[in-house]
Design a protein around this ligand. Structure first.
Ligand code: HEM
Length: 469
């Protein structure tokens, strides 16, 4: 285990099932709407109920059919064959119209071209250098917290991840105004985007309502700011040690290929959307779960106190923050920010012995897999100790899929883990967060599986260090 890999003995769910996969149909479809109302009203309960009906389960979402894969083996089969199970369908099409054909939305063939052009920006040595920005912004997050005061932790963490993403994208001094524009304009764009992807009815979104106007204005301002910064980088010399520089540096690389300015703008939008709510949701759940589980909180505080002795965490501390990583892994298991995803078949194919026609919607869900009692004992319990020392949730073997698997696996998985671990360790070394009223949270499954507003009492663990913040 020292090298962080699983063996069958240490990971009971690592072995692929030898049983033939079973096809089933979800009962209870209503005329015309099918299961859409249930899926809309109680999506998480609905997802968790599916494996009882088969390994591949047919659903009716409105007049159309969709197929949910309910085992790690079938999920892997779908994710590893990105050509047959491609991005597509109404949600992805709506996303393409709004943010362009970037890495997360483009089809299989275009993805083959785009991913190598972006990958160098996420090399391990690059992420080490982005960690400095993360460290600065994490410290800035708690600067105005006062002992005993209540703060909305999910809002603070969303603001943190937006600042980190914007500054690691364009860190040059000329990028400062674009960073400020992103901080202000991204939150309304993110909430409007979810609604537009869920209900892709152009006419509705063109109505002159205050919400539609605000969305269009914020999106236009973001487009202008991002267009301006891409043009400025193109005309500037030297590297700024950030994601945008890495993408520009790759121009004319070994394949002689490069992005146009419009394509770079699309990638920037893709990163802003992919990197912010996801990491913020994961961290919000971590602080909530720790407040509910005093033993785990105590163990985490003991680790950060021993490793950091009150100072903020830096990249070199990461190998020593194993319990922090296990707490994060367990939060990603219980509340995977990307909770359900669709694919579209590009040709006739077979899955679980069932024939699927071209253009069939196939779905996979980390939430469904992570809550399955056949895969995890006491699946609804928060237990960081179920993860072996050294385990990293970016490892897509076994039954953990918070970052997906295969060619379309999250490009920012290591970035997210570095950012989240540094944030968790630094904040927990100085602050204990508790729920003011002890109420249980109800998850909000929207674009990500969020906590919604998360007011928490922030109690200083080290007053003299807080005042020198
Ligand atoms: C805890 C945080 C995060 C989680 C749970 C997460 C999860 C995921 C998942 C599940 C996918 C695959 C979606 C699919 O199969 O359709 C994905 C793709 C992607 N993510 Fe993340 N993500 C996180 C953070 C980030 C960060 C920090 C970045 C960028 C800095 C990022 C950028 C992307 C991009 C660009 C893709 C598309 C990759 C491709 O298709 O090649 N994500 N993410």
């Amino acid at each position: 285990m020292a090298d962080g890999t699983f063996t069958e003995e240490s990971c009971p769910y690592a072995a692929e099932s030898a049983k033939p996969a079973k096809f089933g149909q979800m009962p209870g479809a209503l005329p015309i709407v099918g299961h859409a109302i249930e899926m809309y009203r109680r999506p998480l309960d609905f997802l968790a109920s599916l494996p009882a009906h088969g390994d591949l389960v047919e659903l009716r979402l409105g007049p159309g059919r969709a197929y949910m894969v309910c085992t790690p083996e079938l999920t892997r089969q779908v994710l590893l064959d990105a050509r047959t199970f491609d991005k597509g369908g109404p949600v992805i099409n709506a996303g393409r119209q709004l943010i362009g054909d970037g890495l997360a939305t483009c089809d299989w063939l275009e993805h083959k071209r785009q991913r190598p052009l972006v990958q160098p920006a996420f090399r391990a040595d690059r992420i080490t250098s982005y960690a400095e920005v993360m460290e600065e912004e994490i410290q800035a997050t708690t600067v105005d917290w006062r002992d005993g005061a209540v703060h909305d932790i999910s809002a603070a963490l969303r603001s943190l991840t937006i600042r980190v993403t914007a500054r690691t994208l364009f860190s040059a001094p000329m990028g400062a105004s674009a960073v400020a524009e992103v901080e202000q304009g991204l939150p309304p764009v993110l909430s409007g985007l979810y609604w537009r992807m869920l209900v892709p009815l152009q006419a509705l979104h063109k109505l002159p309502t205050p919400g539609n106007r605000r969305f269009r204005k914020s999106l236009a301002r973001l487009h202008d700011a991002i267009g301006g910064i891409v043009a400025a980088y193109r005309n500037s010399e030297g590297s700024h040690n950030d994601i945008l520089s890495a993408i520009f540096e790759y121009r004319g690389g070994e394949h002689g290929d490069s992005f146009s300015d419009e394509e770079i703008r699309n990638q920037i939008f893709t990163f802003l959307i992919g990197a912010t709510e996801t990491t913020a949701s994961a961290l919000s759940w971590v602080f909530y779960l720790l407040s509910e589980n005093p033993k785990a909180e105590e163990q985490l505080h003991a680790e950060v106190d021993a490793v950091l002795e009150g100072r903020p965490a830096v990249h070199a501390d990461l190998p020593h923050l194993d319990y922090c990583r296990r707490v994060l892994t367990e939060a990603l298991r219980l509340y995977p920010p990307v909770w359900a995803v669709t694919r579209t078949t590009t040709s006739e194919t077979e899955l679980a012995g069932h024939a699927l026609a071209k253009n069939t919607t196939v779905m996979w869900s980390p939430y469904l897999l992570h809550r399955n009692a056949d895969l995890y004992s006491k699946p609804n319990e928060f237990d960081p100790d179920r993860w072996p020392v050294g385990h990293n949730p970016t490892d897509s073997r076994g039954a953990m899929f918070p970052f997906a698997a295969g060619r379309r696996k999250c490009i920012g998985d290591n970035f997210a883990m570095v950012e989240a671990t540094l944030a968790l360790a630094t904040i927990a070394s100085r602050w204990r967060l508790s729920r003011p009223d002890g109420t249980r949270l109800v998850p909000e499954p929207k674009m990500t599986l969020g906590t919604g507003p998360l007011p928490m009492v922030c109690t200083s663990r080290s007053p003299q260090l807080v005042s020198s913040n």
